[in-house]
Write a protein of this length. Structure first.
Length: 415
């Protein structure tokens, strides 16, 4: 760390999980200078995962689920500048410029710019009624408002990934009629196995959600407050509300404008530093090297955002810091909690366990040869914890024992 940071400024662009945790981590690491935290979202920094879950199903707003209490920002001397759009980074002058023409100096700059919803190319989409994405608190508020105003609570969700399915589950809880249209042959096809896709397919079927695959939406026709969603197989579906959940686009425009290296995100080293020694990047927007899997990856997860924030804060303060984490994720749908650890890409074999005498408790274990890559655990915390331990230690597992559900899940059961 520089001998005296009291006269230095660290500017952070993005006030979601990554940016906010970085700001507070900087103080814990000993940064004494100014910390400026910018975000285009005018809402006070809040937890994002509940957007597709509890924010939709309860009347409580995001003020009940802020990332840190407001008084903490004051006590840690962190300056929040919300509803502020950054338009340019000048690396030579070390300034960031705003949409209103003003600028601010930085000594260290951190990009926590995240990602935004991908808007598919669909004829008639711009003229459709009640079309929403699911990324911000405003999105959730507008969906609830539209539902309350609609006589027919028919919702079509375009995209059968986790966001689409979580949203479907939440909307069913509040009485909406839901259809999910997925372009691929199965839901969750890009992120999980056939077995796990079939589990969630059956789960949503039991809750009267229509999950339709091989459905490529090509056009939307709107009249009298209703939409007709048209697919390329000549089928169509009526919707008072349309929710887009087809993926995200990484916010790399500022980084690219500044001449930072871009490759499936903002490329950073193990300390979250870009190719500029005074600029770091963290969270969903980064393309970073995972030491366990020995390859570059980009992750969309709270875990990655928080862990990278801690590493970057230490590095900015001149300490030795390297990001070395096993990725983990989760999804809540109805009474099911899915916990995922590791990355399953490249798996060659799957072992599935359905626990005896435990309702909806199962796990899917992904192997490449003898190496355990990842575990998906449904209502099964033991499988998740044990899988994490085995993945990190690269423990060799007896697959026959693992598949035998008469053998309980314990640390030594499958060795």
């Amino acid at each position: 760390m520089p001998k005296d940071t009291s006269n230095l400024t660290c500017a952070i662009i993005g006030a979601s999980h990554a940016g906010v945790n970085l700001a507070f981590s900087l103080r814990r690491e000993g940064w004494e200078g100014e910390i400026l935290l910018f975000d285009s979202d005018p809402e006070f920094p809040y937890h994002r995962p509940p957007l597709s879950k509890t924010y939709l199903t309860t009347l409580e707003g995001i003020e009940y689920d802020v990332l840190f209490p407001k008084e903490n920002y004051s006590s840690d001397n962190i300056t929040l500048k919300l509803g502020t759009t950054i338009t340019e980074i000048n690396r030579e002058e070390k300034t960031i410029s705003f949409a209103d023409g003003n600028s601010e100096h930085y000594d260290k700059l951190v990009l926590a710019t995240g990602a935004r919803p991908l808007i598919p190319v669909i004829e008639g989409l711009n003229g459709a009624t009640n079309v929403f994405t699911m990324r911000t608190a405003k999105d959730t508020q507008e969906i609830r408002k539209a539902l309350n105003q609609c006589n027919e609570k028919r919702v079509v969700i375009i995209g059968g990934g986790y966001i689409g399915l979580e949203t479907a589950a939440s909307l069913r809880k509040i009485g909406a009629e839901v259809i999910v249209l997925e372009r691929e042959e199965r839901i969750l096809s890009r992120v999980t196995s056939f077995e796990m896709s079939m589990f969630f397919n059956e789960l949503h079927k039991q809750h009267n959600v229509a999950l339709l695959t091989n459905k490529n939406v090509i056009a939307i026709e709107s009249s009298n407050g209703m939409n007709k969603v048209i697919c390329d197989d000549d089928t169509s579906y009526q919707a008072a509300i349309i929710i887009l959940g087809v993926g995200v686009k990484v916010n790399t425009e500022l980084a690219a404008q500044a001449g930072l290296e871009i490759s499936n995100g903002i490329k950073v080293n193990s300390a979250a530093k870009t190719n500029d020694n005074d600029i770091y990047a963290i969270g969903d927007c980064t393309y970073h090297f995972n030491q366990h899997y020995q390859r570059f990856i980009r992750l969309e997860s709270v875990q990655n955002a928080v862990d990278q924030a801690k590493v970057a804060a230490a590095a900015i303060c001149g300490k030795e810091a390297n990001y070395d984490a096993i990725p983990w994720f989760w999804s809540d749908q109805y009474d099911v909690k899915l916990q995922m650890v590791g990355l399953s890409q490249g798996y060659t074999e799957v072992v599935k366990r359905v626990e005896i005498n435990k309702d909806r408790s199962e796990s899917v274990w992904y192997f490449r040869g003898d190496e355990l890559l990842a575990v998906d655990a449904v209502n099964n915390g033991k499988a998740y914890v044990l899988g994490t331990r085995f993945i990190r230690s690269k423990q060799r597992i007896n697959k026959q024992k693992l598949a035998d559900t008469t053998i309980p899940i314990k640390p030594t059961s499958f060795l």
